[in-house]
Design a binder for this molecule. Structure first.
Ligand code: NOJ
Length: 728
């Protein structure tokens, strides 16, 4: 008996897809475009009829914020078996899950990962996550989350890489490569058996939700859309990201899950994206709530025609697309295009040949010592030292430590907002981590109740306060009206201050928090984000000096909620600061500067930048910028050298600074290294309202240093023939 062409692995995939497509009914096609959640035996019938193409392993739209059952390969295999052996065409299911920051080996939240400014570490963390997820039978991870966020009240700021499109774009590409394992900048023709397909989300502009309130409406100009919000997605697509998720919200009245000019014209046509677009959870149906679709039928028509290929957790496509095609409201060509895109990913994942997961794989692959070591290194390198008057690093011998604060001995609270596969018992708490490294004559007193701690603190040499917010206070649907610390925490630090012993505040959080008062009272402040499974160990590594902190803020820390939105790459005003008179763009009741600027972070050593030079790169329109950085302290340490640019005069006002290069530089005490940044047309141009690069001749400023306020700078000029002259 001859096998049908689509089942023949020796034939080229496009031929197999066309053969399969030619055999499918309209209903089966709509089935491939339908994803449902929390699948079990109740769904066997739907699968058997070929009316389900994908499963999402979660039981709520905020999957991951609720305790979940562990994923078991056996359960997924049962479902897959029905699809492969009992449905007419035997098309395998693709299983998706929110693999956002690690899997069983939970990584720091993405905002924390971003603080390490290390594409290599992000790629390594996502490689581990992919292997662990695939071992459980998961094929598709719903990340990276690429929403630039300028409002820390928005709970989902934790899930993204911060406020800067350049940094986030580099990390986006690294995250995609980590999941997919692609060596070329293209969707792999064939994924390795231990990799998963990535999903760039939420396309696009979701981080601009008004008031920092989740799912809220946005107003984004075309200029900002192209230069800020689309940029990270473009980076992910250019590195070969296989899928994209359309967002819940609207921009100026057009919900993103019906936005044909962004989904089709920009994403698919202008950028050539040939993977598939999945809606966010129920977002097709929600077009009725947005008031642009009369009913589910209409919603399916709008979403499919706009370019959404798969309906996540909705039955709109399954119920409506066959009739819509027959009525001529959705073309069969468009339906086929969507199905081809989905099938292409299933073929690339090898699901037709290897549909099942090995039920014994997880116990071998999960929580490997090397994986834990990688996550611990990432966690420690993500932490940002915000203040240190010399109390850190702590010595481990002959010390009495008083440890207190609500997060001192907590497990899942350190995970971060998306850790559906993390297990509480895998986490080392901060208390355990400190206990594990106490040297001779060192004692640790841990007081659950802050009052007791404060009373007894006098007999200690140092007090460590673990404060901030727990994982449940950030992430989806966890927005706040202020970025103040949770109730009582400032009072705790203030009363500890009165004990007149050194205070070290370790602050956990999924967003920038208002630390203005804590900065006054604490002797040292370490911002640890939600650091994941090895976070307690990572904090201890930093506190005791095994790791010299090198984290740098990927997002501005305001002085108060009232300053929001506050971001470093803002446009100039006509009345810029600093200004002499009162008639300038400023507040009368607050300083205007942030508490900590983008890119900021201290170290146990000090660095000095100097000797900025410019030279042409032969044969190219590129400029090479070099500078020297010296470790001027007495410990080895890593600085993150950052390069910022300003286009001084252009047809549109350009940001006061934009990051265009960065590099982690490790230096021994007294050592000097030369760092090099190359600036070419890509770095010096901006995008017009149609997304086309525009490089305008004229003056440019450039700075190199340790954060976005770097003062070491110079100027050059780009001439009308695209060459440059400098320096001034
Ligand atoms: C809704 C969230 O917005 C999205 O990020 C997530 O991937 C899906 N739910 C699936 O859980």
């Amino acid at each position: 008996m001859t096998i049908p062409a689509y089942k023949n692995p020796t034939l080229p995939v496009p031929e197999r897809i066309e053969d399969l497509l030619s055999r499918m009914t309209l209903k089966e096609k709509a089935g491939q475009l339908t994803q449902w959640f929390h699948l079990g035996p109740d769904h066997h019938d739907l699968i058997r009829k070929g009316e389900l193409g994908s499963g999402l392993n979660a039981n709520s739209s905020t999957a991951g914020n609720n305790p979940q059952e562990r994923i078991l390969a056996e359960c997924l295999n049962d479902l897959q078996k029905v699809a492969v052996t009992e449905s007419r065409l035997g098309i395998p299911l693709i299983f998706g899950r929110d693999v956002i920051h690690g899997y069983r080996t939970v990584a720091p939240i993405p905002l924390g990962m971003a603080a390490a400014w290390s594409p290599g570490m992000v790629q390594a963390a996502n490689t581990i996550a992919a292997k662990e997820a695939r071992a459980d039978g998961i094929h598709w991870g719903f990340s990276p989350m690429l929403d630039i966020a300028r409002d820390p009240r928005w709970g989902r700021v934790a899930e993204g890489f911060g406020e800067d499109p350049f940094l986030a774009g580099k990390l986006a590409a690294a995250a995609v490569r980590g999941f997919q394992g692609n060596e070329q900048d293209a969707i792999p023709q064939q994924f390795a058996v231990d990799r998963i397909v990535a999903c760039a989300k939420h396309f696009v502009g979701y981080g601009a939700a008004e008031g920092g309130r989740d799912y809220n409406t946005t107003e984004i100009t075309r200029h900002t859309l192209h230069n800020i919000y689309l940029a990270t997605f473009k980076a992910a697509i250019q590195s070969g990201c296989g899928t994209v998720m359309s967002a819940f919200h609207d921009i100026g009245g057009i919900p993103l899950s019906a936005h044909s000019s962004l989904l089709t014209d920009v994403l698919k046509e202008q950028w050539g994206f040939d993977g598939f677009v999945v809606s966010d959870w129920g977002a097709v149906w929600e077009l009725t709530n947005h008031g642009i679709a009369a009913d589910g039928n209409h919603a399916a028509e709008l979403a499919c025609n706009a370019g959404v290929d798969m309906d996540m957790c909705g039955m709109m496509y399954l119920n409506s697309l066959p009739d819509l095609v027959q009525a001529g409201k959705v073309s069969e060509e468009r339906l086929n295009d969507a199905v081809r895109r989905v099938l292409r990913i299933k073929f690339a994942l090898g699901l037709f040949e290897n549909p099942y997961a090995d039920p014994n794989a997880a116990q071998v692959v999960h929580l490997q010592p090397e994986s834990l070591a990688t996550m611990r290194e990432l966690a420690a390198n993500s932490m940002v030292l915000l203040k240190n008057n010399g109390v850190l690093p702590l010595r481990s011998d002959n010390l009495t430590i008083c440890l207190s604060g609500p997060l001192a001995d907590r497990r899942k609270e350190l995970f971060g907002c998306w850790a559906p596969d993390g297990q509480d018992e895998d986490v080392t708490t901060l208390k355990e981590a400190i206990t594990g490294r106490l040297g001779a004559e060192t004692r640790l007193h841990h007081y659950e109740l802050a009052d007791d701690a404060v009373k007894l603190a006098r007999s200690s040499d140092v007090m460590i306060l673990a404060i901030g917010e727990s994982e449940g206070r950030s992430g989806e649907d966890n927005c706040t009206t202020t970025i103040d610390l949770p109730a009582g925490q400032e009072a705790l630090v203030e009363s500890a201050r009165r004990m007149e012993i050194p205070i070290v505040a370790v602050v956990f959080g999924g967003r920038p928090l208002n630390l203005t008062r804590v900065m006054d009272w604490a002797d040292a402040v370490l911002f640890a984000w939600h650091p994941g499974i090895t976070g307690g160990l990572g904090v201890a590594d930093v506190l005791f000096g095994d790791v010299n902190p090198s984290g740098r803020l990927p997002i501005t820390f305001p002085r108060s909620s009232g300053q929001i939105p506050l971001y470093y790459n803002h446009r100039p005003t006509g009345r810029p600061l600093p200004g002499g008179s009162r008639r300038h763009s400023r507040y009368v009741d607050s300083l205007d500067s942030p508490l900590f600027p983008f890119g900021f972070g201290l170290s146990y050593t000090t660095f000095e930048y100097g000797n900025l030079q410019m030279s042409p790169t032969p044969q190219t329109p590129e400029i090479s910028i070099t500078a020297q950085v010296t470790n001027t302290g007495n410990r080895a340490g890593t600085t993150v050298a950052q390069c910022y640019v300003r286009d001084v005069i252009a047809s549109v006002a350009r940001p006061v600074r934009e990051l265009k290069g960065f590099e982690r530089v490790m230096l021994e005490p007294g050592e000097t290294k030369t760092i090099l940044f190359k600036l070419g047309p890509k770095e010096l141009s901006y995008l017009d309202d149609n997304g086309h690069e525009v490089l305008e001749p004229g003056r440019f400023q450039v700075w190199v240093g340790g954060d976005s306020t770097a003062e070491l700078g110079t100027e050059f000029e780009v001439t009308p023939d695209g060459k440059w002259v400098g320096s001034r």
